[in-house]
Design a protein around this ligand. Structure first.
Ligand SMILES: Nc1nc2c(ncn2[C@@H]2O[C@H](COP(=O)(O)OP(=O)(O)OP(=O)(O)O)[C@@H](O)[C@H]2O)c(=O)[nH]1
Length: 283
């Protein structure tokens, strides 16, 4: 589901999550491992308040493994526990239950000490921006395809709990939050990782930004993929060189930048340049 976010949508999304927060003990905040900051909702801290939270770095299979470790350290230092996941295969998913129990241990111990409740399952809600993998993770945790994808206007659904393991229950619908749009760089990172619909951004602009980052951080990958010996000074010249090598030309021999950008974007999505992370903790 990708919708355009207007203030009314945001207010509604926030209200829905705030309602769900009343039902749960812990939040699983899902982000994209390749852009762990850019893929967070801008108001997430205010929305979640003091609710215990586990940050899930999803799509870790597509991210640079070394940087994912650095990101885990970064969040730990900020007091936010995190886990790296591949929701498609389930790698890392088995650690979620124990991590969630640990987060609510104190609360549950207090409840037990007061004799208020019998020990019960930890209740959790997955939240995240569109396309970050919420439904995939719910399906994976549920063990069968029961998560609802997309909006169904006019259908009011009762909240349902999915039993995940012995001591964890998950709300069957995730909390969908809007992405950040206030900053061009963030927008480009969201675009290159597929969090923004392709009709909503300019491919050439996104690829120019991406090439300039890759030239600095992953020059060997670019060199190998596009057989580049010497990097030109200007990124636009690099872009043109790749376009030329790949035969993206219009009549008269000019470079067809749109076609070249599309080709590079497809290569990135298909992991032809390997596992890449587009932001580093010190930024
Ligand atoms: N490689 C990889 N792809 C993933 C992973 N998790 C999800 N995906 C893919 O990412 C895309 C989006 O996944 P969804 O589960 O539909 O994302 P969502 O957050 O529910 O999306 P919305 O319904 O738009 O809010 C799909 O193509 C998934 O197969 C992962 O860990 N690794």
């Amino acid at each position: 589901m990708t919708i355009q976010w207007f203030p009314g949508h945001m207010a509604k999304a926030r209200r829905e999550i705030t309602e769900k927060l009343k039902l749960i003990d812990v939040v699983f905040e899902l982000v994209d491992s390749r852009i762990p900051l850019a893929s967070r909702n801008p108001m997430i801290d205010q929305i979640l308040g003091s609710k215990p939270r586990l940050l899930l770095l999803n799509k870790a299979d597509m991210a640079d493994p070394e940087l994912t470790k650095e990101w885990e350290r970064y969040f730990r230092a900020k007091g936010i526990p995190s886990l790296a996941l591949n929701s498609r295969t389930g790698k890392g998913v088995e650690k979620i239950e124990a991590a969630a129990k640990e987060l609510v241990k104190e609360k549950f111990d207090k409840m037990r000490a007061k004799g208020i409740v019998q020990p019960r399952a930890v209740r959790a809600l997955i939240v995240g921006i569109p396309n970050v993998g919420k439904s995939t993770l719910i399906n994976r945790m549920a063990g069968k395809n029961i998560a609802v994808t997309g909006d169904k206007p006019g259908v009011t659904k009762k909240q349902q709990w999915i039993k995940c393991g012995k001591s964890l229950e998950l709300l069957d619908t995730p909390g969908i939050l809007w992405p950040k749009f206030e900053d061009e760089t963030i927008g480009r990172k969201l675009a290159v990782t597929g969090a923004i619909k392709e009709t909503l951004f300019d491919f050439s602009d996104v690829i120019l930004f991406t090439l300039s980052y890759l030239k600095e951080e992953y020059p060997e990958r670019l060199r190998e993929r596009y057989s580049i010996e010497q990097f030109p000074e200007e990124t636009i010249a690099l872009f043109a060189e790749i376009g030329k090598k790949r035969g993206c030309l219009v009549s008269g021999g000019e470079i067809d930048f749109d076609r070249a950008a599309e080709l590079i974007l497809r290569d990135l999505r298909a992991e032809k340049l390997g596992r890449l992370t587009f932001e580093k903790p010190e930024e």
